[in-house]
Design a protein around this ligand. Structure first.
Ligand code: 5AD
Ligand code: FES
Length: 348
C-alpha cells in the first residue's frame, strides 16, 4: 500500500486499477501515510495557507430537479427568495471590510436572472471592488453566456460534475445530460475562467468504482479548483431516509485529489463541516486549502437549504469571520486574505 501511495506522490497519477485498489484496501495506517504525503504537496505549493471565499447565495429558485437537492423545483416546501443587485453589493461591502477578496455568487438555475442581469451584477461588483475576484456558480449556460460573464469581469466558475458515473448521473438528474455538463466545463476552460468541478460522496448506491471514474475524470479535465463533499439527505427529497457520506471517505478522497492534482484549490466544504463538528478542520489536514464562509444576509440564510442540518453557529458575517480564523489557526494553518488565484492561471 505504501508503494502505491509513493507512486501517486511521485507521478501524480495512478491508473484505474491502482486507484480502485487504493480505495478498496486503505487501512487506518495507510490512511495516515496518505494524509502525510498529501500534506507535503500542499505545503510545497501553498505553504500552510488557507484561502477564504465569501459565499453569497443569491437565489434558491431553480428550474432543475436534481434528486438529492433541497431546492429542486418540485419542492413545494422550499421558501423561495431572490436577492437584488443592491442586496448582493451590500453583502460584498460587508465582506470586503472583513477582508474577503473573492466573492462567490451561487444560486439555483433561475431564469429570472437573465444574462443582462448577471452581467449587471458582475460589472457592478467589479467596478466597486476591482481588486476582488468574482466566482460564478449558476449552472449550465451557453458558451456565449459564459463568454459574456467573463468579459463583464467574472474570473472563476464552479460547476461540479456531481458524478462521472453516467448511469448514476442520469438517475440523479432528470432532463439533464452528462455530455452537456462536460461541454460546459470545457467551454469555461476554453474561455479562460479558473474552473471548478467536483462531486458528492456517499450518494445512494455510489461505489468505489464510481469514485475512480470521478478521479480519472478530474485528472483528465485538470480544473483549477475541485469541490467535493459528503452527500447529506434533505427531508423533501426521495433520499430523505438515506445515510450521509462519511468524513472518513471524504478526507481520503481529498488527500488522493491533492496527490493527483497538487496545485488545485480544494475547499473544506460546508457539507463536511455539517456532518461533523470539526469536519472542515479534518478536511484541511487531509489536503484542502480553501474555506468558503457564508456572506448571505441572515434573513435568507436558512432558506438556501440544499441538505438538512446546514448550520454555521456565527450568524453574522463578522462573527463567522472571526470564528473561521480561529478554527484555521487552531488546526495549524494560517489565513491568506489575498485573492488566492490558482498559481497556474492568468486572465486572458
Ligand atoms: N448534499 C450534499 N451536497 C449537495 N449539493 C446539492 N445537494 C446536496 C446534498 N443534498 C451540492 C452539489 C452542488 C453544490 C452546490 O451542492 O454538489 O453542486
Ligand atoms: Fe462560521 Fe464558525 S465558521 S461561525
Amino acid at each position: 500500500m505504501k508503494n502505491i501511495i509513493n507512486k501517486l506522490y511521485e507521478n501524480n497519477f495512478l491508473n484505474e486499477k491502482e486507484l480502485l485498489y487504493l480505495l478498496n484496501n486503505i487501512s487506518p495506517e495507510s490512511k495516515k501515510y496518505l494524509t502525510l504525503k498529501a500534506n507535503e504537496l500542499r505545503l510545497k505549493y501553498y505553504k500552510d495557507k488557507v484561502y477564504l471565499r465569501g459565499l453569497i447565495e443569491f437565489t434558491n429558485y431553480c428550474k432543475n430537479n436534481c434528486a438529492y437537492c433541497g431546492i429542486q423545483s418540485n419542492n413545494k416546501n422550499a421558501d423561495r427568495y431572490r436577492l437584488s443587485c443592491e442586496e448582493i453589493i451590500n453583502c460584498c461591502s460587508k465582506g470586503y471590510l472583513l477582508g474577503y477578496r473573492t466573492f462567490v455568487l451561487q444560486g439555483g438555475e433561475d431564469p429570472f436572472y437573465t444574462d443582462e442581469k448577471i452581467i449587471d451584477i458582475v460589472s457592478s461588483i467589479k467596478s466597486k471592488f476591482p481588486d476582488c475576484a468574482i466566482t460564478l456558480s449558476i449552472g449550465e449556460k451557453s458558451y456565449e453566456s459564459y463568454k459574456k460573464y467573463y468579459n463583464a469581469g467574472a474570473d472563476r466558475y464552479l460547476l461540479r460534475h456531481e458524478t462521472a458515473s453516467k448511469k448514476l448521473y442520469d438517475f440523479l438528474h432528470p432532463n439533464m445530460s452528462f455530455e452537456n455538463r462536460v461541454n460546459c466545463l470545457k467551454s469555461l476552460k476554453n474561455i479562460g475562467y479558473q474552473v471548478g468541478a467536483g462531486f458528492m460522496i456517499g450518494l445512494p448506491n455510489q461505489t468505489n468504482e464510481d469514485y475512480v471514474k470521478d478521479l480519472i475524470f478530474l485528472k483528465n479535465l485538470n480544473p483549477h479548483m475541485i469541490g467535493i463533499g459528503p452527500f447529506i439527505p434533505h427531508k423533501d427529497t426521495i433520499f430523505k431516509n438515506e445515510k450521509s457520506g462519511t468524513l472518513e471517505k471524504t478526507t481520503t478522497l481529498l488527500s488522493i485529489i491533492r496527490l493527483l492534482l497538487p496545485t488545485v484549490l480544494l475547499p473544506a466544504t460546508t457539507a463536511l463541516g455539517t456532518i461533523s463538528p470539526l469536519g472542515r478542520e479534518q478536511g484541511l489536514k487531509a489536503g484542502a486549502n480553501v474555506v468558503m464562509p457564508n456572506l448571505s444576509p441572515t434573513s435568507v440564510r436558512n432558506k438556501y437549504l440544499l441538505y438538512d442540518g446546514k448550520i454555521c453557529t456565527g450568524d453574522e458575517a463578522a462573527e463567522c469571520r472571526k470564528c473561521i480564523e480561529n478554527r484555521i489557526n487552531n488546526a495549524g494553518f494560517s489565513l491568506d486574505l489575498s485573492r488566492g488565484d490558482n498559481i497556474n492561471w492568468r486572465r486572458k
